[in-house]
Design a binder for this molecule. Structure first.
Ligand SMILES: [Zn+2]
Length: 193
């Protein structure tokens, strides 16, 4: 269970310029070695966040934070054996720096989900995972829970695990655009849990 907030910062040119120890532990536990600081610090955020929909949204959020208006939202970021809700705050700092701070708000244990284990991918197939609600896109079903997707996938193609890529579903995108368009929007309860 995480107790420390996970923090990283970007500089005025959108380069990742630092992260805290909690971020390092989180990367080690969840993403594998490609997310360790020596691989990430100094790189453009846009080389790490590569999905076009996510990039567009992050760019809007960063711009808003730099005007002095913090951006806050909830998102799901699960571990294989836990459903987890985080609360993110983007806050502008002097010199165009933006701090990204994530805090774990709640979690719930579940049977371990194979697709979320680091290095689980055994197939070449890519499956999009929504970075906000943790649903995945399945052809013919739309955005569904990862458990449902695995059930469907297993019945279609045996046991090969696809590689998950981070993206964003239309419902989450619409909610975030609404939130960003409304400077007074503070009610995190409107966001998908
Ligand atoms: Zn979503």
């Amino acid at each position: 269970m995480l107790t420390e907030p996970i923090i990283y910062r970007i500089d005025a040119k959108d380069r990742i310029c630092g992260c805290n120890d909690a971020w390092i532990s989180f990367a080690q536990d969840n993403e594998g070695e490609e997310s360790l600081p020596e691989q990430v610090v100094g790189r453009l955020l846009w080389e790490v966040v590569t999905d076009p929909t996510l990039q567009e949204l992050y760019q809007r959020m960063v711009a808003k934070a730099r005007t002095g208006q913090p951006v806050q939202f909830r998102y799901r970021c699960d571990a294989p054996n836990e459903r987890r809700i985080f609360h993110m705050t983007l806050r502008g700092e002097p010199g165009g720096v933006v701090e990204f701070r994530s805090e774990l708000k709640s979690y719930e244990e579940r049977p371990s989900v194979e697709w979320l284990k680091p290095h689980a991918a055994t197939g070449k197939e890519l499956v999009r995972l929504c970075s906000w609600c943790a649903r995945v896109f399945v052809e013919g079903l739309g955005w569904v829970s990862i458990e449902r997707a695995i059930e469907r996938h297993g019945s279609l193609q045996g046991q090969a695990s696809p590689k998950l890529t981070h993206g964003m579903c239309e419902a989450c995108r619409d909610e975030m655009l609404q939130l960003l368009a409304n400077p007074a929007a503070k009610d995190l309860n409107q966001l998908p849990a």
